[in-house]
Design a protein around this ligand. Structure first.
Ligand code: PMP
Ligand code: GLN
Length: 382
């Protein structure tokens, strides 16, 4: 549970952002866009405050947002979700992840994640008292391995946490892999908690929501967030959808974590979810060009680049530059050349950290000129 600072509980993202600020470095570490989302959404939040939407929203979320989330699931995936009983609005995806794990896992249970894993999964599994087991995603494509996954499951596996598209590897899981996850969850009677915050940020690969697969809906809790889709990470509006029986239990936990989430942002996010397809496709295609630009820069700087199929992130291997310890490099990089990045080992347990020792993650959700300047600075590393 200790933070990367060895006890103060700050995350690697905060640590790297603080270093970036201290050295006025280009922050390709923490995954937040440096441009805000669509004007209409920002204006809607301002109007909501001016119009008096400033007191507690219902614990489950504003009805207008729950309906918009249900409509989004229907529009993009053909999923029917009841806005009254099958949706919860949360304080970012982070709260939905915490509430879902705390609702169903406890001492004696196992919670399985892929590795590398997003940091909050490990922390919340620790809080729940369950044991955290992992199945590795390996180079070069960082797709789950069927045999390893099957071996990682057993009858104590209470939850499998899926993160697709995957942070930090940028991989987008194939339909067959997701089908296997559903089969294994059925066999071992596990709940699937799927974190799909990057659902709209893919670059050609198809995003298949787990909940759309045969047999999945009854045991799957799907999580997403406005932060990524609409470039408003600071608003912390996320949500969770799933069968009423499971959602009710998550809601109990959410009630005592935060009770309810920021009212004026909820109506604005509801408006965003209803915007035309062009908003979604343009966001992804712009991001894809940023991925390509950063990828070119990283290759020119001498890194081995693992091309991501989705997310905000490109993972690289620093070994071709003669650098084996990417964590040490990440701590020096801001002062050395004025660029910040995240070491992938921070998303791993001990064994995984050894395997990913020379890997770094760079965020490309930044302005084109910022990426270009970052690439220029990285080129001086050689
Ligand atoms: N899950 C993943 C995989 C993420 O990368 C992030 C953060 N970017 C989150 C969850 C947290 O989302 P939120 O800010 O909505 O809590
Ligand atoms: N999800 C973002 C990332 O992976 C950061 C979130 C955070 O700072 N906890 O960079």
């Amino acid at each position: 549970l200790l933070g990367s600072d060895g006890g103060l509980g700050i995350t690697i993202f905060e640590e790297v952002t603080a270093l970036a600020q201290k050295h006025s470095a280009i922050n390709l570490g923490q995954g937040f866009p440096d441009e805000d989302g669509p004007r209409e959404i920002l204006d809607a939040a301002r109007s909501a405050i001016a119009d008096g939407a400033n007191q507690y929203a219902p614990g489950q979320g504003l009805p207008v947002l729950r309906s918009a989330i249900a409509a989004h699931q229907e529009r993009f995936y053909g999923l029917t979700v009841d806005p009254h009983t099958e949706v919860i609005v949360s304080t970012g995806a982070t709260e939905s992840i915490a509430a879902a794990i705390l609702a169903f896992a406890g001492p004696g249970d196992e919670v399985l994640t892929f590795e590398p894993f997003y940091d909050s999964y490990g922390a919340v599994i620790g809080l729940s008292g369950a044991t955290h087991t992992t199945s590795p995603l390996l180079a070069p494509d960082f797709q789950p391995d069927a045999a390893a996954l099957e071996a990682a499951f057993n009858d104590r596996t209470r939850i499998i946490v899926v993160n697709n598209p995957h942070n930090p590897t940028g991989s987008v899981f194939r339909r067959e892999t997701l089908e296997l996850i559903v089969r294994l969850a059925e066999r071992h009677d596990a709940i699937i908690v799927t974190d799909e915050v990057y659902e709209h940020l893919t670059f050609g690969a198809e995003h298949v929501p787990v909940a759309t697969l045969p047999g999945a809906a009854a045991r799957t809790l799907t999580i997403s967030s406005a932060g990524k889709t609409f470039s408003v990470t600071g608003w912390k509006v996320g949500w969770l959808t799933g069968p009423a029986r499971l959602v009710a239990q998550v809601r109990t936990i959410k009630t005592f974590l935060t009770y309810t989430s920021g009212t004026p942002f909820q109506g604005a996010v509801a408006l965003g979810l209803g915007l035309p397809d062009a908003l979604y496709t343009t966001a992804a295609s712009t991001l894809r060009r940023k991925r390509d630009l950063l990828g070119e820069g990283l290759r020119a700087a001498g890194f081995k680049v693992f091309e991501p199929e989705g997310t905000f992130f490109t993972m690289v291997d620093a070994a071709p530059l003669g650098i084996e310890d990417a964590t040490a490099l990440a701590r020096r990089l801001p002062s050395l050349i004025g660029v910040a990045a995240i070491p992938v080992a921070m998303f791993c347990h001990e064994e995984g950290a050894l395997r990913t020792r020379s890997l770094l993650r760079f965020a490309f959700c930044k302005k084109f000129d910022v990426i270009e300047e970052g690439a220029r600075r990285l080129a001086t590393l050689k």
